[in-house]
Ligand binder design. Structure first.
Ligand SMILES: O=C(O)CCC(=O)C(=O)O
Ligand SMILES: [Fe+2]
Length: 498
């Protein structure tokens, strides 16, 4: 057996920092995400479009550059064409971005009516509480498509962490609203659900100059996320969006000048038509609490001065056995796992996702690596035993490693592990067992194991292998299995792997 202890446990100063980070991670994973948002640039001229083509050409000519960059900051930036609004009874299309002096925009403003809000079962208009105007969907048409721009998919991944893969949200246009300066606002409130299936709201701010105020604040269990969407006339025109659960209190701060024009959508739970589009660039990771917590960790000069590794156990299940699914990572990540991935990416950390086997022994000082059929499998701990009694409770134990003669030296050294919810809280290990089963059935002699032996790997039994469902390490190749690995190449003394 090849082993090699690597003394890279966190130093005491780092331990406190890691604890803070773990606290945020656990809090986020417990409460899941309650709000998310992002921005999408609007392409307004032919030159913008050709810039995009130039960039693609550059990448075609330099495939290596593409590959190297793709691990850290690869996604192309998705942009939107100008957004068209057509008013009922008006043949002309109003295109956003637009100037507030344009006659079509003025026509829009005059067509809107004071916006009400629900209070004790009635629709009320009270400008001290809400000063805004609205158009109902019967009064206008728009070509804005939150599904096509990838917004809905991001919401699926971030706001629906506990829902199975095939569930998602459907966004249904509800209103156009205008909050105009100097005093347009909406005080803190919780939206009235339009039906049982409604899970949240999506607000999209069209590219339009307005300044000062107009921030959307969303609150949940004492946490607040602020979305600042003001745009000056020098800024690139950008669509801003935010989505949040129905039970979140939210408010719109006073707009000082200009017009804040929004499309609001109700988000309903729906069947998810397929897998993901991978448009995470539309999301603003810097608004994630994990981003800030990670920033604290990375910004501290005391953090892991002697180097070290941080492993974060995934909160959700992913199909390890299916190569097609592997290639869809990270797009198919859910909830806090995706948030962590996005936060790491926004910090320009390197990352990798691996599947990891975790023994139940106390000694975690060794990490073993085994390459199986082009996939890397990582072992932690010193004892890897399989109980081979397929049907019964207790059977013979076999040293798992004897089936992997090419076991290599430890690859990652000691890892400081963060278990959201605590060790053992991962309820989705069964998928990982299937992974083991499939790995083993492909690579072990058929007479040694039959295909049922997922039943004999018992996570809670001390002498059995326990599988933690992804320690993270991302790799651009679809053939290499998962584990998120974060490091800071520019600060060589402090290396983090998650
Ligand atoms: O415009 C916003 O940011 C939020 C609007 C809102 O709260 C609502 O329409 O219920
Ligand atoms: Fe609202």
């Amino acid at each position: 057996m090849a082993t090699q202890g690597v003394p890279t446990t966190a130093d005491p100063a780092s331990e406190q920092l890691i604890e803070n980070f773990a606290g945020t991670f656990s809090a986020v994973s417990k409460s899941a995400m309650f709000a998310c948002g992002g921005s999408i640039p609007v392409t307004t001229s032919a030159s913008d479009a050709s810039d995009g083509r130039q960039e693609n050409k550059h990448k075609e000519d330099n495939p290596d550059i593409e590959t190297k960059e793709s691990n850290v900051q690869a996604d192309h930036v998705r942009s939107s064409p100008p957004i068209c609004i057509r008013l009922e009874g008006c043949g002309k299309a109003l295109l956003f971005p637009t100037g507030e002096q344009s006659s079509l925009f003025q026509q829009l403003i005059s067509a809107t009516e004071p916006a009400s809000f629900g209070y004790q079962g009635r629709d009320v208009i009270d400008e001290t509480y809400r000063k805004a105007t609205k158009l109902d969907t019967s009064q206008f048409l728009t070509d804005f498509d939150p599904h096509g721009l990838g917004i809905v998919e991001i919401i699926n991944q971030l706001l629906l962490p506990s829902v199975e893969l095939h569930r998602g949200v459907r966004a249904e246009l509800y209103k156009l609203n205008v909050y105009s300066g100097p005093s347009g606002h909406f005080k803190a409130h919780v939206d009235t659900p339009r039906s049982n299936g409604q899970v949240g709201s999506l607000v999209v701010a069209l590219p339009m100059h307005f300044q000062g105020g107009g921030d959307l604040l969303v609150r949940h269990e004492g946490e607040t996320v602020r979305f600042d969407w003001s745009q000056g006339d020098q800024d690139e025109p950008t669509i801003k969006w935010a989505a949040f659960y129905s039970d979140c209190e939210h408010e719109v701060e006073e707009v000082k000048s200009g017009h804040r024009v929004t499309l609001t959508y109700n988000l309903y739970l729906a069947q998810r038509p397929g897998l993901l589009t991978g448009s995470s660039t539309a999301m603003d990771a810097t608004q994630l609490p994990l981003y800030l917590s990670l920033a604290d960790l990375l910004g501290c000069p005391d953090f892991m001065t002697a180097g070290g590794k941080l492993g974060v156990v995934c909160s959700h299940a992913y199909p390890h056995t299916n190569d097609k699914m592997h290639s869809l990572l990270p797009d198919m990540l859910k909830g806090v796992d995706m948030a962590l991935y996005e936060a790491a990416k926004a910090h320009k950390l390197q990352y990798d996702l691996i599947t990891c086997l975790d023994s139940d022994e106390e000694d975690y000082s060794e990490v073993y690596r085994e390459t199986l059929g082009g996939k890397d499998l990582y072992f932690r701990g010193t004892q890897q035993w399989l109980d081979t009694d397929e049907g019964g409770d207790d059977g013979d134990s076999i040293d798992f490693r004897s089936y992997f003669p090419n076991l290599q030296t430890p690859h990652y050294g000691t890892v400081t592990w963060i278990y959201p919810g605590g060790p053992g809280a991962n309820s989705e290990q069964s998928l990982a067992y299937m992974h083991i089963r499939s790995q083993c059935s492909a690579h072990m002699a058929a007479d040694k194991f039959d295909h049922n032996y997922s039943t004999v790997i018992r996570p809670q039994t001390r002498s059995c292998i326990r599988i933690w469902h992804c320690c993270w390490r991302f790799h651009p190749s679809p053939n290499v299995v998962h584990h998120l690995w974060l490091s800071r190449p520019h600060i060589p003394t402090a290396r983090i792997s998650i």
